[in-house]
Write a protein that binds this ligand. Structure first.
Ligand code: AMP
Ligand code: ZN
Length: 130
C-alpha cells in the first residue's frame, strides 16, 4: 500500500483539513509555504493520467474550494495549484495529489520559471497534436 493510501486508511497520522467520501486533504509535511496542502482521491490512482474523469472532476472542485479557503484564512496574496505526473515531472509519491501552495511574496521558497529551450517547429507540432 502506498504512503498516501496509508494516510487515507489512518494507518499513518496526518493533519487532515477536509474529508468526504471520495477525497481527503491534509497538510504537506514539508510546508513550502504556510498552508501548503495536498488534496488526494481516496481511491488510488498514480496520477492525473490514469484517473477516471468523474473522480478528477470532484477532486479539482474540492481543490478549488480549499484553495479559496486557505488563501483567505492564511491571508495569502495568491496560490499555485499544481500536480506532477511521473518521476520525470518531479512526482515523488505515486498517488495522485494536487498541491495547494499559498503565495505571499517573491521570497516564498518556491520558484516556478518557464525558460524557452530549443526552438520548436510549431507547424509540425500542431499537426502532431491536433
Ligand atoms: P510530489 O513530489 O509532487 O510527489 O509531492 C509529494 C509531497 O508529499 C511532498 O511535498 C512531500 O513533502 C509530501 N509528503 C510525503 N510524505 C508525506 C506525509 N506522510 N504527510 C504529508 N505530506 C507528505
Ligand atoms: Zn495510494
Amino acid at each position: 500500500m502506498c504512503i498516501f493510501c496509508k494516510i487515507i486508511q489512518k494507518e499513518i497520522p496526518s493533519s487532515c483539513i477536509y474529508e468526504d467520501d471520495q477525497v481527503m486533504a491534509f497538510l504537506d509535511l514539508s510546508q513550502v509555504t504556510k498552508g501548503h496542502t495536498l488534496v488526494v482521491p481516496k481511491k488510488h490512482y498514480d496520477n492525473v493520467l490514469d484517473c477516471d474523469p468523474e473522480t478528477l472532476a470532484h477532486l479539482i472542485q474540492v481543490t478549488q474550494m480549499l484553495a479559496k479557503r486557505i488563501t483567505e484564512r492564511c491571508q495569502a496574496k495568491g496560490v499555485n495549484i499544481l500536480t506532477n505526473c511521473n518521476e520525470a515531472a518531479g512526482q515523488s509519491v505515486m498517488h495522485l495529489h494536487f498541491h495547494i501552495i499559498p503565495r505571499y511574496d517573491e521570497n516564498d521558497a518556491i520558484v516556478i520559471q518557464f525558460n524557452e529551450s530549443e526552438k520548436q517547429d510549431l507547424d509540425a507540432l500542431k499537426n502532431l497534436l491536433q
